[in-house]
Design a protein around this ligand. Structure first.
Ligand code: KIV
Ligand code: NA
Length: 266
């Protein structure tokens, strides 16, 4: 299958054809979503709270993400693989951001990187794109700044809408190939989508963006407990695996497994 590339995503925007993005952190998820035709896979820093067991994305490091990016890149035959720059790997200086992105490209075999932030990120987006590293921007609610933003809140309401549009424009002008809009009112997401020539990717931003993204463990029902309002569960993998593990344990305990079919008799 032909690799999805940035011009394909651009063409879909021009044709008004929305597309889906999912996160992936390992080989099986990458293989399955790739086979399903998901054009873009994000190795999110959401690995922090979906792989490594942290409460938020803040603690996860570049060293922890690089091997996951490499696994996804090796498994995805068609999807464009985006590596998410973790907190503390790019906010300190342009050099730091450049070095982190290069690690994702060289060691992680990524096709692009993603980073959070508006105007302050413009110089880094320009530097990376000039160096040949495609950048997916991420504005609205940015989880790495949750302590600064005062928790999970919808962004871009009221007067902040104009600023969000301006930020998105500035990131596009700096060379970003797409922009994630997280937790913004749908009418504001529609304004940003119309203002940009590059694709917008929504999460909690209504059905008006050029693309959508969900965290795979949320969308597949792997996570226990409450999920945010913007998550739709498309499967109940947690229930499926619970049943499977319980049945397996019970069959071992009663010696029902392994039966002759799963044994070597001579
Ligand atoms: O880390 C992540 O999974 C993300 C997406 C939700 C956009 O940043
Ligand atoms: Na992220």
């Amino acid at each position: 299958p032909r690799r999805v590339r940035i011009p394909h995503l651009q063409a879909m925007k021009e044709q008004g054809r929305p597309w889906a993005m999912l996160t992936a952190y390992d080989m099986y998820a990458a293989e399955i979503f790739d086979e399903a035709g998901i054009p873009v896979l994000l190795v999110g820093d959401s690995a922090g709270n979906n792989v490594y067991g942290y409460d938020t994305t803040v603690p996860v490091t570049l060293d922890e993400l690089v091997p996951l990016v490499r696994a996804v890149s090796r498994a995805a035959r068609r999807a464009l693989v985006v590596a998410d720059m973790p907190f503390g790997s790019y906010g300190g200086s342009l050099q730091q951001g450049f070095d982190s992105a290069v690690r994702f490209m060289k060691e992680g075999l990524a096709h692009a990187v993603k980073l959070e932030g508006g105007e302050p990120m413009v110089p880094l987006v320009r530097l990376l794109t000039d160096a040949g590293i495609p950048v997916m921007a991420h504005i609205g609610f940015t989880p790495q700044s949750e302590h600064q933003l005062g928790g999970y809140r919808v962004q871009g309401r009221g007067d902040a809408a104009d600023r969000l549009v301006e930020e998105a424009r500035a990131l596009e002008a700096a060379g970003a190939f797409s922009v994630v809009l997280e937790m913004v009112p749908a009418p504001v997401a529609a304004r940003v989508t119309q203002a940009l020539t590059i694709p917008t990717i929504g999460i909690g931003a209504g059905n008006v963006t050029d693309a959508q993204v969900l965290v795979w463990s949320d969308f597949a029902g792997l996570r226990a407990g409450r999920t945010p309002r913007f998550v739709k569960k498309y499967a109940d993998l947690r229930g499926t695996l619970l049943d499977a593990a319980r049945t397996y344990a019970a069959e071992v305990e009663t010696r029902a497994f392994p039966d002759p079919e799963h044994s070597f008799e001579s």
